[in-house]
Design a protein around this ligand. Structure first.
Ligand SMILES: Cc1cc2nc3c(=O)[nH]c(=O)nc-3n(C[C@H](O)[C@H](O)[C@H](O)COP(=O)(O)OP(=O)(O)OC[C@H]3O[C@@H](n4cnc5c(N)ncnc54)[C@H](O)[C@@H]3O)c2cc1C
Length: 499
């Protein structure tokens, strides 16, 4: 089974689940880096806050990330310069730098044990095909005062054509940081509830959030759920992708401190190391596909392992995991108030969201305290950018339209339960219905409606994680139908069929 390194090694939290009806100034849904940093800043500014988390603190994407903190961005600063303009790219860089600095300040202030370190960030190309990208990114970094220089070799055993090095970026254990910060929210103002999934939000003058055993009434709501829960028009402008990670002990040699991004490898790898109990682990992240659109998810882990072993002497893979990101159509995240008054959202972070999550919290803390925030217009959640978004918007939404054709009969993986082997899941056309059928190792059949509870797309089987994943907006479900992540609030409907 898949488990992230950070989730496995960080201490258990043990917050209670919600069992009563309470009223607060701000209800925060989600206890990843966005939710907990928001809770920290708001509770310390005097706001009464409740955090509702369906699983555990840092148990979502934050605990499945790589733990790198940088002012640069995955989709490249020079693309923001050309798609938007130099001023916008400058604001992105400066706001991200401010968020990295805040993380450092909080780690120092509360002595959070998360191995925070300032390290260099490298972007490299193995052949000269991507030299131009590296050169453009070098100029963009220099434009905004980052300490950047060009290299022709790296301190790791991968031969490069060119590499960009930016000093003074950072790395940490993301789960340990978020748990440490949660412990330092103002206890007079902040209550955190784990295992308290919000399954309904009744919008009004006072919003009411329902969980299985309790309710929160709040004037303001922050949907710190990585993608907003429910149906929002901006879901057509953010696209869900899954990405894969492995961690293995280095048997010989040492991996230097730093964030290493390959522009070119088939899977656009990101490499870093992490030390625990005198052992050094290599963490390799890469390989991505649209949620619900991989023929064989397991194959992504195998590829990461094979390519890492080409360069490094590794022991067995101790941890492997996968996590999700939401790519925005116009290159910038959406942070701010939603069309529903006093409901705030933060999404479209791509794979840069540890920093965008902290930045969202800084923005929310200012907005909810009536303070000016210099970044708010850059990430305006209500923006409409048809020209900047057109290419991605058309490509991704045509794909979504095609997914809806799968509601038609005769488009499923199988026509009979007998075609589903033990340990396997398939969408089966049965008696005029589309069913998501999983047969466990003991032969028992688990049967759900194959229609996603969010917007009725047909879900797809994920063989590496044994989940049902929706290719339209990224909702994911356990084999018992429970929501794991994505915009869905309700589980997949149980169907009582046996075979
Ligand atoms: C493989 C990978 C590597 C990455 N590496 C990096 C990196 O090195 N640096 C970087 O900056 N970014 C990285 N990112 C991106 C980054 O991890 C995310 O953008 C960031 O963690 C998002 O944080 P979040 O708090 O918004 O969401 P999450 O951490 O996903 O938190 C959302 C929380 O909401 C909870 N939730 C959802 N629905 C409900 C509900 N109905 N009720 C209650 N709770 C609910 C979830 O359980 C979850 O805990 C990476 C992403 C991926 C996929």
């Amino acid at each position: 089974m898949t488990t992230s390194l950070w989730k496995s090694i960080s201490p258990q939290t043990g917050y209670p689940y919600l069992t009563e009806e309470i009223e607060v100034d701000v209800a925060i849904v989600g206890a990843g880096i966005t939710g907990i940093t928001s809770a920290y800043l708001l509770s310390r500014s005097g706001k009464k806050v409740a955090v509702l988390e369906s699983g555990e603190v840092a148990g979502g994407t934050t605990g499945g990330s790589t733990g790198n903190l940088y002012s640069m961005i995955d989709k490249r600063l020079h693309h923001i310069q050309s798609k938007w303009d130099k001023e916008t790219a400058g604001k992105v860089t400066r706001s991200r730098t401010a968020a990295v600095d805040l993380v450092e300040k909080l780690v120092q202030k509360h002595e959070i044990d998360c191995q925070f370190k300032r390290v260099p960030w490298y972007l490299f190309s193995e052949t000269n095909e991507k030299d131009l990208t590296i050169e453009k990114e070098m100029r963009a970094a220099a434009d905004y005062g980052l300490e950047a220089k060009m290299l022709y070799e790296l301190p790791i055993p991968i031969k490069v054509s060119q590499a960009l090095k930016v000093e003074n970026q950072a790395q940490f254990d993301p789960a340990a940081f978020v748990k440490g910060l949660a412990a330092n929210c103002d206890p007079r103002n902040c209550r955190i509830f784990e295992n308290s999934p919000v399954h309904e939000i009744e919008k009004g003058e006072i919003h009411v959030l329902s969980t299985p055993h309790g309710k929160v009434r709040a004037k303001n709501v922050i949907l710190a759920t990585h993608t907003p829960k429910g149906i929002y028009a901006l879901q057509t402008a953010i696209y869900p992708y899954r990405e894969y990670a492995i961690a293995a002990r280095l048997k010989s040699g040492e991996f230097p401190e730093g964030i290493f991004w390959d522009t070119e490898a088939e899977f656009h790898h990101s490499l870093r190391s992490f030390s625990k109990d005198a052992e050094q682990y290599l963490v390799v992240v890469g390989g991505h596909h649209k949620v619900g659109k991989a023929e064989d998810n397991q194959h992504f882990f195998d590829n990461l392992e094979q390519s890492a072993r080409k360069y490094f002497d590794l022991g067995p893979v101790d941890f492997k995991w996968s996590a999700q990101h939401y790519k925005p159509a116009d290159g910038l995240p959406f942070i701010g108030e939603s069309p529903d008054e006093r409901i705030y959202l933060a999404t479209g972070f791509s794979t840069d969201g540890l920093i965008y999550g902290v930045l969202s919290a800084m923005i929310f803390a200012d907005l909810l305290n009536g303070r000016e925030n210099e970044w708010v217009s850059t990430y305006d959640s209500g923006r409409f950018t048809p020209v900047k978004s057109a290419k991605e918007y058309l490509k991704e939404n045509i794909q979504v339209m095609k997914e809806y054709l799968k509601v038609l009969p005769g488009t499923s993986d199988a026509d009979d339960f007998s075609e589903v082997d033990a340990g396997e899941g398939k969408v089966v056309d049965h008696d005029g219905q589309k069913l998501a059928v999983y047969r466990d190792e003991e032969g028992e059949v688990h049967c759900l409606s194959a229609f996603c509870s969010h917007m009725y797309c047909v879900v797809d089987w994920n063989n590496a994680e044994k989940t049902w994943d929706c290719p339209c907006h990224g909702s994911r479900f356990k084999i018992n139908g429970e929501v794991i992540e994505g915009p869905a609030l309700k589980p997949l409907e149980q169907k009582d069929f046996t075979s």
